[in-house]
Design a protein around this ligand. Structure first.
Ligand SMILES: [Zn+2]
Length: 260
């Protein structure tokens, strides 16, 4: 049994075959898919998918690319939507100083406000970080000190791309690290993380339709391809894939409080 901790199956690319995509996920052993919002529309779409499919759960948030568009009323609406019983997280939120599709100040503001929302609602956060390691770390450090709950992970660094030192700091702060398809590419930072970090701190994701693992790289990604991520982790750690599956699934269940 697997959990895809980060997917975007609401996007148009799945309009023609979404039911089949979910069927293939089930056949591949994926017991739950967390569909992650990037703005108000996709957050609403996440909830609709969660209502349609028993094995889909929703995360609500504004991606840093869309930070400049997030209004006060949008944030209030997210808070209202978060009362839905299948909402399991706030995100994805964070900073993306690589593409800078929203001005940096807007990204920081939207990030902090979503962290406050998660704190208030006692929901974990799904963090997107690209070319903003220091900024994300310092914002999360401050937030984590106030938000710590005994035994409960605070959130997850999605498609974690930092080094071992940074990984250890996040783990100490109470975060989990998520491994995605790029681990199957030849030289990925994530290889080091997947090899050296405790299995108790890792979850897995597809981030579909993006980040398609080898051997399907270049095509649309989907939750059933999560098995390639599991296989790669088991290969580099030299342990049975069942063990990787068991741990990452248990971690995701705990993080999102999934009723599995
Ligand atoms: Zn994503």
């Amino acid at each position: 049994m697997l959990v895809d901790s980060h997917a975007h199956i609401d996007v148009r690319l799945y309009d023609k075959d979404r039911d089949q995509v979910m069927d293939r996920a089930r056949e591949a052993g994926v017991a739950a898919v967390v569909n992650v919002g990037c703005d108000l529309d996709s957050s609403g779409a996440s909830i609709r998918l969660a209502e349609r499919y028993a094995d889909v759960f929703a995360a609500l948030g504004f991606h840093p690319h869309n930070a400049a568009k997030m209004s006060d009323s949008d944030l209030e609406r997210l808070a209202e939507l978060a009362q839905h019983p299948k909402v399991v997280a706030i995100g994805e939120t964070g900073l993306d100083f690589y593409r800078n599709l929203s001005p940096r100040e807007d990204q920081i503001e939207a990030f902090k406000r979503q962290l406050e929302l998660a704190h208030r609602l006692e929901l974990p956060v799904i963090i997107h970080c690209r070319n903003a390691q220091e900024e994300v770390l310092s914002i999360l450090e401050e937030w984590a000190r106030r938000s710590k709950q005994a035994g409960q992970p605070l959130g997850v660094l999605h498609c974690f791309s930092g080094d071992i030192g940074l990984a250890q700091r996040y783990i100490e702060m109470g975060f989990l690290l998520s491994i995605a398809g790029p681990i199957t590419y030849s030289s990925s930072h994530a290889l080091e993380i997947a090899l050296n970090m405790p299995l108790e701190k890792l979850v897995i994701e597809t981030d579909c339709p993006f980040l398609t693992p080898h051997p399907h790289r270049g095509k649309r990604n989907e939750p059933s391809y999560l098995s390639f991520v599991v296989e790669k982790i088991s290969e580099i750690r030299g342990m049975p894939s069942e063990l990787v599956e068991e741990h990452t699934t248990e971690n995701a269940i705990q993080l999102f409080r999934l009723p599995l």
